[in-house]
Design a protein around this ligand. Structure first.
Ligand code: NAD
Length: 262
């Protein structure tokens, strides 16, 4: 069986370690390189709490690509390191699967340009959990039938960005699906009314004990509809990440979210 050689950037983080464990159970995927700025020189499998992977954590992404020739690079670094990692992968013509959140619109434009320049695909997903993808899809479908929509996103207290990438993507999808006239309810500008994003207000909660959760609450005369998704552990993201690794090389340019892969 041919295997896909995979590099993981951010391999010592929560998501990176989960992915290293997940890769160990897949016959057609093979971890060839692990990159992080901590646990450098240690075995990536041991860092992830599983069997030794025979791959030492490196802090030099470009050198790791040159020495191991991965087909796919997965990025789960903390947000500030995300864009530099994507630039390095694409400029080395390594297909990128990107889970790091917090990219600006200008950075998405840059990724799109890099994909074309280097003829290499990238898939950037704000949420790899299949249930979260469906939550976004259902919210966009329901939104035109309701006058107002608000999002409450709840995450662990170490999350670096707010609002979450998932909440921003959901707000974009809802705004695109709703008539131009509908607007968030007032009073506008009151600090406790959340962040207006398009035609939606987003409220961010950060607490220990949480993983990744989101409620989309839709309101109309005399009724509300609540669509809620809960990632109860980081395992919830792995089927989506593995799917993206297997499929990304068949895509072209920049693909946002795994919706089109389902
Ligand atoms: P984390 O802080 O546990 O891990 C981040 C890792 O990146 C750390 O090990 C850190 O040392 C490493 N890092 C920092 N700078 C680096 C650099 N220059 N080169 C290589 N590695 C570097 O965070 P986490 O919980 O694993 O989340 C990582 C990212 O993934 C966040 O942006 C988070 O929002 C996102 N996330 C996305 C999804 C999704 O489905 N798309 C799901 C969960 C988390």
């Amino acid at each position: 069986m041919t295997t896909i050689p995979v590099l993981v950037a951010g391999s010592a983080g929560q998501m990176g370690r989960q992915l290293v464990r997940a890769l160990a159970g897949e016959d057609d995927l093979r971890l060839v390189a692990a990159v992080d700025k901590v646990s450098v020189g240690e075995d990536a499998g041991v860092v992830a709490g599983c069997q030794p992977a025979g791959v030492s954590v490196s802090d030099d992404l470009a050198a790791a690509i040159d020495t191991t020739s991965p087909n796919v690079g997965v990025v789960f670094t903390s947000p500030p390191a995300g864009m530099p990692a994507v630039r390095t992968l694409l400029s080395h013509r390594v297909a990128a699967v990107v889970g790091t959140t917090g990219f600006s619109a200008a950075e998405f434009d840059e990724i799109d340009t890099l994909c074309r320049e280097h003829d290499t695909p990238a898939l950037v997903a704000s949420n790899f959990a299949i249930g979260a993808v469906l939550m976004m899809r259902f919210a966009a479908e329901a939104a035109p039938h309701f006058g107002q929509v608000e999002i409450i996103e709840l995450h662990h207290d170490r999350k670096a960005d707010a609002p979450s990438g998932t909440a921003l993507r959901t707000a974009q999808a809802i705004t695109k699906a709703t008539p131009a006239g509908s607007a968030p309810a007032g009073p506008e500008g009151a600090p406790s009314r959340g962040l207006p994003q398009g035609r939606v207000h987003i409220h961010s909660v950060r607490l220990p004990g949480l993983v990744a959760h989101q409620e989309v609450i839709l309101g109309a005369l005399g009724q509300t509809l609540t669509i809620r998704h809960d990632s109860l552990s980081r395992e919830s993201f792995m089927p989506g990440v593995l799917l993206a690794i297997r499929r990304v090389r068949g895509l072209s340019g920049l693909t946002r979210e795994i919706d089109s892969l389902l």
